[in-house]
Write a protein that binds this ligand. Structure first.
Ligand code: 13P
Ligand code: SF4
Length: 312
């Protein structure tokens, strides 16, 4: 392992490459990355780096977003099979039909989408900025929100909007067991329940704090409380524990006690070995059809502009 890490560092320097990693990556990948962040931060970094190569240790839509924002750079992903069940729940052609049925609506899409979906979108959002971006639009604006139903439903509930929702979901965040979480809460009465807004509303209603990965991390770091039940992909606990070594972070259990469904199987496809090979071979490379890219990049840039105005 140490040899691989040294080799990755050497290749990175030699090739003027940068490694970006999402909080759901394996701990050893987070530790070697130049930057670890949530979906918004990864897009922001990808848009401003002067590296020649961006290695996106995350899933396909994150690498695609980086390529759209930095089209002249080489964007690599350690495992090209690292997809996203939420993005897959929203095929571009079906989403376009949905959009066409609501001609007078502004289209807001979660960043967890393909470039094809982004190409028929007005503004992209992430879980960090969705509330503020929705609230930046006039109260009577008609809005379509896709593809995550739970996030859209949550944003409707906290903003009082009535966005039309696409019914997509993430298989990890839908799997948490409310029953088992309630049992944990009895066992750890002082623990706070932290939940990502991709979770179902029944769980969000029980949560002490709801937020994006970066918001959950910040909350747990700044809180006086010592124990937390964490209802999002368990990779985030790596950073939580690093920031607060003495606090207890308990991964929220999934419905099926025999599987590790609170781990995203796609995110976990990236390994240190694959990261080394991808830097060495400069492959697999992420490319986007230039005809789709022209429209797909616009709503991402719009998101970055609004986020900068809002100081996010
Ligand atoms: P954030 O990093 O924006 O919280 O999103 C989590 C996610 O679903 C990544 O796949
Ligand atoms: Fe997609 Fe869910 Fe995995 Fe995030 S955790 S990449 S939303 S499948």
């Amino acid at each position: 392992m140490n040899e691989l890490i040294t080799a990755i560092k050497d290749l990175k320097k030699k090739k003027n490459a940068i490694i970006l990693a999402h909080y759901y990556q394996r701990g050893e990948i987070q530790d070697i990355a130049d930057f670890v962040g949530d979906s918004l931060a990864l897009a922001q970094w990808a848009s401003k780096t002067d590296a020649d190569i961006i290695v996106m240790c995350g899933v396909h839509f994150m690498a695609e977003t980086a390529k759209l924002l930095s089209p002249t750079k080489k964007v690599l992903i350690p495992d090209p099979e690292a997809g996203c069940s939420l993005a897959d729940s929203c095929p571009a052609d079906a989403f376009k039909e949905f959009v066409d049925k609501h001609p007078d609506h502004t289209v807001i899409s979660y960043v967890n989408t393909s470039a094809g979906v982004k190409a028929v979108t007005d503004i992209v959002v992430t879980s960090t900025n969705a509330k503020q971006i929705v609230e930046s639009l006039p109260v009577d604006e008609k809005i379509i929100f896709g593809p995550d139903y739970n996030l859209g439903n949550y944003i409707n509930s906290i903003t009082g909007r009535n966005m039309v929702l696409w019914e997509g979901a993430c298989h990890v965040h839908e799997q948490f067991s409310v029953e088992r979480i309630l049992e944990l809460k009895k066992e750890y009465p002082n623990a706070l329940l932290l939940a990502h807004p991709e979770c179902k509303s029944v769980l969000l209603n029980l949560a002490d704090f709801v937020g994006s990965t970066s918001a959950l991390l910040k909350y747990s770091t700044n809180s006086e409380v010592q124990e937390f039940i964490v209802a999002t992909e368990s990779g985030i606990i790596h950073q939580m524990q690093k920031n607060c070594p003495t606090k207890l972070f308990i991964p929220a259990p999934p419905n099926d006690s025999t599987c590790a469904c609170n781990e995203c199987s796609f995110m976990r496809l990236n390994t240190i070995e694959k990261l080394y090979l991808c830097l060495k071979n400069e492959s697999p490379e992420i490319l986007v059809d230039p005809k789709i890219a022209i429209d797909a990049v616009k709503p991402i840039k719009k998101m970055l502009e609004i986020s900068a105005e809002l100081g996010l």
